[in-house]
Design a protein around this ligand. Structure first.
Ligand code: PMP
Length: 282
């Protein structure tokens, strides 16, 4: 359980940060999760790009370049017990006397750990998962991967309370995303998803799925999706670095399509596995 904190590698239990860290006091920080398959990072450049955009969005300079980040991850990836991992990176504005305004001359806190990553189990691939919908009550900078996740936490818990796997969010009559995933909708053979704007996190897995669908010659429309289109979908999928691509087969207690993972899900899920194994072989 080796982790990296501000220049040192140490056991997780020994990693401590000051209570006045602005991550703790204000949620003033950003994070990133990079999947690692068989100890090889997946789409690392894309994840580091998004980290850089999140940092710029909160007016923090990226402390490292891509090669330096990669060098920091390497000992953690090697030391972890599991070959498949999620590299969790968190950068906060650092410790300072409590004041909303940015402190002068503060050193950002950088924390990195390797978490165990398990692919969705066979029964989830076979049957899909249930989800509920809720009004998206988050702020208007959902494009930033900020550690201030209180709204996401509360929205996710609504689905936990109902024994469901995800909360699908609707803002002003349109689909945005899940509490911790991107959402795709299939209607009449067309794969649809809301475009990347300030209301959604630009999902790396979303990009992978769009690329794989394009390579398979399947029609993709990245455009606003209405609540009615969501509810009348033939298929709904959720995507994320930790859940890959998963079929949503019940929404608010109603079956999606015929209630089973659909044909386009099966194609994209298979394509995703092939792509993942290509990355693993290097
Ligand atoms: N939206 C939200 C709100 C998320 O938390 C996540 C998971 N990081 C995603 C989308 C999916 O992003 P990715 O595919 O890059 O993991």
């Amino acid at each position: 359980d080796l982790v990296y904190l501000n220049g040192d590698y140490l056991p997780l239990a020994e990693a401590k940060i000051p209570v006045l860290d602005r991550g703790f006091i204000f949620g003033d920080g950003v994070y990133e999760v990079i999947p690692v398959y068989d100890r090889r990072p997946f789409r690392m450049a894309d994840h580091l790009d998004r980290l850089r955009r999140s940092l710029a969005g909160i007016r923090l300079a990226d402390p490292y370049g891509d090669a330096e980040w990669q060098a920091l991850f390497a000992p953690l990836i090697e030391a972890a017990d599991w070959p498949d991992q999620g590299i969790y990176i968190q950068v906060t504005r650092g410790p300072a006397p409590r004041d909303h305004a940015f402190p002068k001359d503060v050193r950002p806190t950088v924390f990195i750990m390797a978490m165990q990553l398990s692919a969705p189990p066979p029964e989830v691939v076979e049957h899909g998962v249930a989800a509920i919908t809720a009004e998206d009550n988050r702020w208007l900078r959902c494009d930033l991967k900020a550690v201030s996740l209180l709204a996401n936490v509360l929205l996710r818990q609504l689905s936990v309370d109902r024994g469901c796997a995800e909360t699908v969010l609707i803002r002003s009559g349109h689909l945005t995303e899940g509490s911790a995933s991107s959402i795709f909708v299939v209607r009449d053979g067309v794969i649809m998803a809301p475009p990347h704007d300030n209301l959604v996190l630009p999902g790396i897995t979303y990009d992978v799925v769009v690329e794989l669908a394009g390579q398979a010659g399947l029609p993709v429309a990245l455009r606003p999706v209405t609540e009615a289109e969501l509810r009348g979908a033939d298929e709904i999928w959720l995507t994320s670095s930790t859940k890959e691509i998963t079929a949503v087969t019940r929404l608010d207690g109603q079956p999606v399509g015929d209630g089973r993972p659909g044909p386009l899900f099966r194609r994209l899920h298979a394509a995703y596995q092939v792509y993942k194994h290509q990355v693993m072989r290097g």
